[in-house]
Design a binder for this molecule. Structure first.
Ligand SMILES: *Cc1c(COP(=O)(O)O)cnc(C)c1O
Length: 233
């Protein structure tokens, strides 16, 4: 068995255990975060059956997407910060964007989504731990963002994403995830929507996220090993 296979097996075991513990069997999708990792590793993961991959850096991602275009069924998710001059390439190459946090970006993605592709799946990134420096819309900005973005025909508003601050305590770690889940529910109710995605949980906190209703966990390190940024500036 390859190292990659054993790491995928371990992550699926963690996911399935957390699903079972919370009566949520089969409800959590694994998004494999392949940023900084070579196309060969994505291809190897594809051979193991993985289809959904998350990327943060546009140029690196487009290189991989182009090189791997012959692999069937790949679903690419953009999960990194978005500069407005990058929206056209994102709208062209990706199936999902998890990191939309302002209307201007959403409008550009909508306008630039190619006509021959289905609507682009969107999650709004929420600054759930309310830290000054982190990206993401504030809770108070969400109702207006949701109302506007749900009207854009080339986007499909799927749900919310967050990267809460890490907590030592497992129960404390659940608090921001619960807040995100409650927020999705109330937005759906108040705006008569059916958003179905809670993109939350990473290598360090996937159990807490699944306990509070995550439908997609974004896992990098536990699948592909530590990232090496030394070749970046
Ligand atoms: C890098 C990254 C991840 C993966 O984090 P790990 O801790 O390596 O699992 C998940 N989500 C986002 C938005 C990321 O940038």
């Amino acid at each position: 068995m390859t190292l990659l296979k054993s790491q995928f097996d371990q992550v699926f075991e963690r996911i399935h255990e957390a699903e079972r513990a919370n009566g949520r069997e089969g409800l959590v999708k694994l998004l494999a975060v392949s940023k900084t990792k070579p196309a060969e590793m994505v291809s190897e993961a594809w051979q193991l059956g993985q289809r959904d991959f998350g990327e943060n850096y546009l140029q690196e991602a487009v290189d991989k997407i182009t090189r791997l275009s012959e692999l069937d069924g790949l679903v690419w998710h953009f999960i990194g910060p978005i500069q407005s001059n990058k929206t056209r390439e994102i709208a062209t190459h990706f199936h999902w964007v998890h990191s939309v946090d302002r209307l201007k970006i959403a409008k550009r993605l909508n306008d630039q989504r190619p006509d021959d592709l289905p609507p682009l799946n969107i999650c709004l990134q929420v600054n759930i731990s309310d830290e000054e420096s982190k990206s993401g819309a504030t809770l108070s900005e969400l109702p207006e963002l949701v109302a506007s973005i749900s009207q854009l025909s080339r986007l499909q508003l799927r749900g919310l994403m967050a990267i809460p601050a890490p907590e030592e305590d497992a129960l404390k770690q659940r608090v921001p995830f619960k807040k995100l889940a409650d927020t999705l529910e109330s937005l759906n109710r108040e705006h008569h929507l059916n958003m179905d995605t809670l993109s939350m949980g990473m290598t360090g906190d996937l159990e807490a996220a699944i306990a509070e209703g995550a439908t997609m966990v974004r896992i990098g390190t536990a699948l592909f090993g530590a990232r090496d940024y030394s070749s970046r500036n």
